[in-house]
Design a protein around this ligand. Structure first.
Ligand SMILES: Cc1cc2nc3c(=O)[nH]c(=O)nc-3n(C[C@H](O)[C@H](O)[C@H](O)COP(=O)(O)O)c2cc1C
Length: 382
């Protein structure tokens, strides 16, 4: 799988898949399972300075399905907190992981005070961590509980850790802020060796029978495949403005998602939820299919595709507005399923007959009917 080699933190990774910080990397043994499944690096579950965050409430995990058929999403809503021990326990896990694994082991740090980051980071370095991911972005952490802006907290944390250690330091951003591009540029200036985009967002789900929040009745981390488009959007937007590598994370379920993140500008991809819901072995299939994709596309090295799509994002004024379209039905292919009827807000589909009749003068050319049909309707230029 040499084609999948990528470079990160001054090291060669055998592939771009990194086990993201989560319960799935909660100790050295879980990290070993991640390595055995094929991950090329692991980020240990975060240690948090705040004691309250070291003890998990119950229940703390829920797979929430919302929507109606054809318009649905799944979110993995969790309130899983930090590594459950203190910094000495954490350092023991780093050492055990370094003994057990032959891939890079990255520590993940979330402190509460302004001046404690350096001390915690120094301990992780001493224990042998290959790098440190600074995580002021925890979706149940202080930055969402209190009225504070993300960057001042994140910038301070990064600078403190940067000064304290000689190993590579990255920062895991949140996307719950006004402008991730400016923040990414500031963080690179503060010394980030990489930026992880993004931590899970802070969310809320309400039970309408009890009229209360679900699970532990508080704000939760949430994410799912639906998050990818916004993560990709920000990665592609940040990519031209920063030169440190971007580590993408959020919603990956298959090799296509990995490829999309790379094309958007990420140098590697972190995965957690898929492992929770489908097991560590789901990673093997992604790696095999990734290699097959490269073969098919004739891509010699994975790093050749990083940012390719980001460079093709058009500015608003360059979008093609020169042609008008209308929907056209091929009645030989139409099976009369009527899926197209409700999606036309322009009243351009006459639903009075067995098969749709397009009122061309009303058709706006939006293309939604052709999308839901995917068989008999094509869009034609007027
Ligand atoms: C249950 C759970 C616990 C997590 N715990 C942490 C954590 O301790 N530190 C951290 O930086 N990210 C944590 N994450 C976020 C993941 O590292 C990952 O960035 C995020 O879930 C997006 O990737 P995914 O969609 O593949 O899960 C956690 C995610 C989940 C689902």
């Amino acid at each position: 799988m040499d084609k999948l080699v990528t470079h990160f933190m001054g090291m060669e990774l055998k592939n771009p898949l990194i086990a993201a910080s989560a319960g799935t990397t909660k100790d050295a043994l879980h990290c070993k399972r991640a390595q055995d499944a094929g991950f090329s690096a692991v980020i240990l579950k975060s240690i948090q300075e705040e004691m309250v965050n070291r003890y998990n409430p119950f229940p703390r995990m829920s797979v929430i399905r919302s929507g109606v058929p054809g318009y649905q999403s799944t979110t993995f809503m969790t309130y899983e907190q930090a590594f459950e021990g203190d910094i000495e326990d954490y350092c023991s896990e780093i050492k055990r992981a370094k003994d057990l694994l032959d891939i890079p082991v990255i520590a993940s740090l979330n402190c509460a005070g302004e001046d404690t980051w350096a001390w915690y980071a120094g301990k992780c370095e001493e224990a042998g961590a290959d790098g440190i991911e600074v995580v002021p972005s925890c979706p149940v952490g202080a930055f969402v509980r209190e009225a504070v802006e993300f960057y001042p907290v994140a910038g301070n944390a990064l600078r403190e850790v940067r000064k304290a250690v000689g190993i590579p330091v990255g920062l895991k951003m949140t996307q719950q802020m006004s402008n991730p591009i400016v923040c990414a540029m500031d963080l690179e200036r503060d010394g980030a060796d990489w930026l992880t985009m993004f931590n899970r967002s802070s969310g809320l789900q309400i039970d309408i029978e009890t009229m209360e929040p679900v699970m532990h009745k508080g704000f939760c981390g949430h994410g799912g495949p639906w998050v990818m488009q916004s993560v990709m959007r920000w990665i592609a937007a940040c990519y031209p403005h920063i030169s440190c590598p971007i580590s993408a994370t959020g919603g990956v379920t298959n090799y296509e998602d990995v490829v999309r993140y790379l094309l958007a500008g990420a140098g590697n991809v972190q995965i957690a939820t898929l492992v929770y819901l489908k097991g560590y072995d789901s990673i093997r299939a992604i790696l095999e299919q990734l290699e097959a994709y490269m073969e098919r596309q004739g891509v010699a090295a994975l790093e050749d595709i990083v940012g390719v799509a980001a460079k093709k994002v058009l500015p608003l004024e360059k979008a093609d507005r020169s042609k008008r379209y209308y929907a056209d039905v091929d009645y030989e292919k139409c099976v009369g399923c009527k899926k197209c009827y409700p999606v036309c807000i322009y009243d351009a589909i006459d639903g009075g007959s067995e098969k749709p009749v397009i009122r061309q003068e009303k058709c706006d050319g939006c293309g939604l009917c052709a999308q839901v049909c995917n068989r008999a309707i094509t869009m034609r230029v007027r």
